[in-house]
Write a protein that binds this ligand. Structure first.
Ligand SMILES: [Zn+2]
Length: 241
């Protein structure tokens, strides 16, 4: 996710002595003894290495030379005390690190966070498309249901503003925190729609042209230079659901 900025981020996890580690081709995993992370570590390695290959192949980027560091926290209190936040998962771009709350019930594994890190050669897009690309790589909502089922329901409940409203970076940060599945599904489904309709190269061009430091209107112009009038695209997207 990159829902929040992380003003409370801290590095106490680096001083924690309890971590066990397991290294694989592209990752170093850190987890606590007798935790769910330890129980599942072989499955975790398989899941992340498979995600890694899938992302690199789709994005057609060079694999980075650094390994991704994964930290698995057994509960919210431990996560908060060691890295400063209790949200399920965060990737820290500058540190090539992912922090995950990992329990019997909560297992945020897979493509999402790694897409944020491995997509860096494409640049840093606005939140809407950054999260969209990550969710597209996952292919479904994190409870296993389809993105589209949430989006249909979300439109019925009038949860969503017009899509061009998301063309400024901050708009994504303002989405309703209590309904993350609906908003992550919207970006995932819309990204899939653009990629399936007009291909990966056009989406890559869009991704690279959407900028965080310009107005919504400027980003809308960049979008329309590539895809045509956004209101028509939005109409087709809704009709495709
Ligand atoms: Zn994300």
């Amino acid at each position: 996710m990159e829902k929040q900025h992380l003003p409370t981020y801290k590095h106490d996890f680096l001083n924690e002595k309890k971590w066990l580690t397991k290294e694989s081709e592209h990752y170093v995993f850190h987890y606590f003894p007798n935790s769910q992370g330890e129980t599942d570590i072989d499955m975790i390695v398989r899941t992340q290495e498979a995600a890694y290959s899938k992302i690199i192949a789709f994005m057609e980027v060079e694999p980075p030379t650094k390994k991704i560091q994964y930290y698995f926290y057994p509960d919210e209190a431990t996560k908060t005390s060691l890295m400063g936040d209790d949200w399920y998962a965060q990737s820290i771009r500058d540190e090539f690190t992912v922090h995950v709350l990992y329990t019997k019930e909560i297992k945020p594994l897979g493509e999402h966070e790694d897409t944020h890190l491995l997509s860096l050669p494409w640049g840093i897009s606005i939140g809407f498309f950054q999260e969209g690309l990550a969710e597209f790589m996952v292919g479904h909502a994190w409870d296993g249901k389809s993105h589209i089922s949430y989006v249909k329901d979300g439109y019925k409940q009038n949860l969503y503003p017009p899509l061009p409203d998301f063309f400024e970076h901050e708009a994504w940060l303002r989405t309703d925190d209590s309904k993350p599945l609906y908003f992550y599904s919207l970006v995932g489904a819309f990204t899939a729609f653009l990629i399936n309709k007009s291909g990966k190269d056009k989406f890559k061009e869009l991704y690279m042209k959407m900028r965080r430091d310009v107005s919504k209107n400027k980003n809308q112009k960049a979008f329309e230079d590539i895809y045509g009038p956004v209101l028509e695209i939005e109409k087709k997207f809704k009709a495709s659901l």
